[in-house]
Every structure is written in C-alpha cells, then in structure tokens.
Design a protein around this ligand. Structure first.
Ligand code: TZP
Ligand code: MG
Length: 213
C-alpha cells in the first residue's frame, strides 16, 4: 500500500550530521513519534553503494510500522532495492521521465527547484511534489545556489502546480515566516539532525508550523 504524502515536516537525514546509521535510526524514531511526516535519506558526501543500501534498509525497517514514507535522494537503485516509498531528484540527476519509468506509479517522486526558470520547466505531470530552496543560507549543502528568501518563495508558491516543501536554513526562528508564504511544509536537516534534544527540536518546529497554518 502506498503511504500517504504529507509534507508538513519533512526530515532529511544526512549520515554525517546525524551520527551514521545508528544516529539516523535513533533520530528517525524520536522525530516520527513527535510529528515528523516524511523522511529522506540524503548524503552530502559520496557514499559507497553498500553503505547507501545498509542505511536505507535500516531506515525502512525503522519506519515499517508507521505511516511515514521513506524517500531516497538521487539513487533510484537503492530506492528499488529497499522498496522505499519514493525518490527525490534534483536538476542534475537522472531525468524525471526516466526516473518515473524506473520507479513506476506506486512510488512518490519529488523534484528540486531553485528558481523561477526551473519552476517554469518543471514536468508537473511526472512529479508528486517539489522542493523549493535554499530559502536561507545553509552550510549543509555545499553547492547550494543563492538563498531565495521568503518574498521570492511566495511568488514560486503561487505558481506551483503540485504540493511543495521549502528547504534550506529553516529553523525554529524562521519557520513561521516560511509557512506564512502558503507553502505546504518545510524540510530540514540541521534543525533536527545532530540537535542535542531531538524531541524538543521536532516539537518546537511542529508547534510553530501548526500555529502559522
Ligand atoms: N537542498 C537545498 S538546501 C539543502 C538541500 C538538501 C540543505 C538543507 O539543510 P539545512 O541544514 O536544513 O539547512
Ligand atoms: Mg540530487
């Protein structure tokens, strides 16, 4: 059964920031109990296929008796290998039509957009949601383009044809402004991954999202 797509609070796990596989599994379990609605495995650093596979398998297992979908960043083969719920691709990855052919209709497909031109050329009929960012400066993604800010984000939100999640430098101090643009949800790495108190970090974000909606 296809898990529901809810972008309200989307946690992107990076093994380096999240303490490897055990740190990611631990973070996932706490975050999911406290309101995270989607999980993605992403690695900023090159990672061997076998490490991708082991990490993805561990997260799939951690989410097995929950309603929370697991997305794999870039790697269609890993998503298929562990039967993840979806794949997230960017502008330089495997094209969306090929990705869709490989994953079929039963997996979600997310697509990254960083500016107006990319939004205008988004293959809407192929993708289930878009990620828009970076909204603010971030050190998590080394090749991130210039921060959009919330004014630009508001314009892109008006033009989108699928649900969208905002990403990049979002934390408990700016989440309210981001949600007020009308976006469906936010995606974070460092605002949860590597935080001393994962439960408190998650609750703080989810409460602010609920208040702002
Ligand atoms: N795409 C755009 S910004 C970003 C990604 C994957 C990194 C977001 O990380 P953080 O720590 O939430 O700023
Ligand atoms: Mg990518």
């Amino acid at each position: 059964m296809k898990k529901q797509l809810d972008l309200t609070l989307y946690l992107v796990l990076d093994p380096l920031l999240c303490g490897g596989i055990s740190g990611m599994v631990n973070t996932t379990k706490i975050a999911v109990k406290n309101g995270v609605t989607a999980i993605q495995l992403r690695s900023e650093k090159e990672m061997a296929g076998k490490d991708w596979y082991q990490a993805a398998l561990a997260l799939k297992e951690a989410l097995s008796d929950t309603a929370i979908p697991l997305f794999i960043n870039d790697h269609v083969d890993i998503a298929l290998a562990v039967n993840a719920d979806g794949v997230h691709i960017g502008q330089s990855d495997l094209p969306a039509d090929i990705t869709r052919q490989l994953i079929g209709k039963d997996k979600w497909l997310g697509f990254s957009v960083s500016n107006r031109q990319q939004l205008d050329t988004t293959p809407w009929q192929l993708v289930d949601y878009i990620g828009i960012g970076p909204i603010f400066p971030t050190t998590t993604k080394k090749d991130a383009t210039a921060a959009l800010g919330t004014e630009q984000l508001t314009k892109l939100v008006e033009l989108k044809q699928r649900p969208a999640v905002a990403i990049g430098g979002i934390d408990e101090n700016n989440v309210t402004n981001v949600i007020q643009t009308g976006i469906d949800g936010i995606a974070v790495v460092s605002a949860i991954c590597g935080q001393k108190d994962i439960q408190q970090a998650t609750l703080s974000l989810i409460n602010k999202i609920k208040q702002a909606k």
